[in-house]
Design a binder for this molecule. Structure first.
Ligand SMILES: Nc1ncnc2c1ncn2[C@@H]1O[C@H](COP(=O)(O)OP(=O)(O)O)[C@@H](O)[C@H]1O
Ligand SMILES: [Mg+2]
Length: 180
C-alpha cells in the first residue's frame, strides 16, 4: 500500500466521519449517504450497545460510558479496509489516520431544541446538548483532532439541507474513489 502525503494509507474507498451534537442529523444523513454510495454505515452508539463496548451506564449523563479502547479495537480492521461512514457525537478518540473527510453537522438552536424535546430530552441532558451546539464543541474537537483541510461544517436545519449535504458528499466520494 502506498502512503499519501499526510501519511494516511491509500484505501480503495474513503472513510468519512459524520459528527455533531445529538439531534443534528448524523444518523439520518449517514443512512442516506450509505444508500447513495454503498459505503458501510457504522453507528457507534448502536455498536457500543450491541457489542457491550462500554463500562456501564452513566446515571449523571443518562448514557453508556463508552470504552473508547474497545471501540477502536472493534473498528480497526474495517477502517483499514476503507469504505466506512462513522456516525458519532464525538471524534477525539479515533486515530487521526482513519479518516479522509470529517463532517460536522450544525443546527440552529431553536430547531435543535425542538428535535431534542421531541426525542424526550429534558433538564440537564437537554441544556447540555444545546450548550454543546452553541459553543460549537464538536467543530472545535474536530479541528483539534484532524487536519483542518479535511474538516467541513455543514448546516442541517431542514430536509433541503440533508438532501444537499448527501448530494455534495456523494460527489466527494465518487471523486475520491476515481482518483488514481
Ligand atoms: N436537516 C434536518 N431536517 C429536518 N429534520 C431533521 C434534520 N436532521 C435531523 N432531523 C430529524 O431530527 C431527528 C434527529 O435526527 P438524527 O439523524 O437521529 O440525529 P443524530 O443522529 O445526529 O442524533 C430525527 O427525527 C430526524 O428526522
Ligand atoms: Mg444518531
Amino acid at each position: 500500500m502506498a502512503e499519501n502525503g499526510g501519511g494516511r494509507k491509500k484505501r480503495e474507498r474513503p472513510n468519512i466521519l459524520i459528527t455533531g451534537t445529538p439531534g443534528t442529523g448524523k444518523t439520518t444523513t449517514s443512512t442516506a449517504l450509505a444508500e447513495s454510495t454503498n459505503l458501510r454505515h457504522i453507528n457507534v452508539g448502536d455498536l457500543v450497545k450491541e457489542k457491550n463496548l462500554h463500562d456501564g451506564w452513566d446515571d449523571e449523563f443518562d448514557c453508556y460510558l463508552i470504552n473508547e479502547d474497545l471501540v477502536c479495537d472493534e473498528l480497526e480492521d474495517l477502517m483499514e479496509e476503507g469504505g466506512n461512514i462513522v456516525d458519532h457525537h464525538g471524534c477525539d478518540f479515533f486515530p487521526e489516520r482513519w479518516f479522509d473527510h470529517v463532517v460536522v453537522l450544525q443546527t440552529e438552536n431553536s430547531v435543535l431544541y425542538d428535535r431534542l424535546t421531541k426525542r424526550g430530552y429534558t433538564g440537564k441532558k437537554l441544556s447540555n446538548n444545546i450548550e454543546c451546539e452553541i459553543f460549537q464543541v464538536l467543530l472545535e474537537e474536530a479541528k483539534e483532532s484532524y487536519p483542518e483541510d479535511i474538516v467541513v461544517a455543514l448546516k442541517s436545519d431542514c430536509i433541503d439541507d440533508i438532501n444537499r449535504n448527501v448530494s455534495t458528499l456523494t460527489d466527494w466520494v465518487r471523486n475520491w474513489s476515481s482518483l488514481p
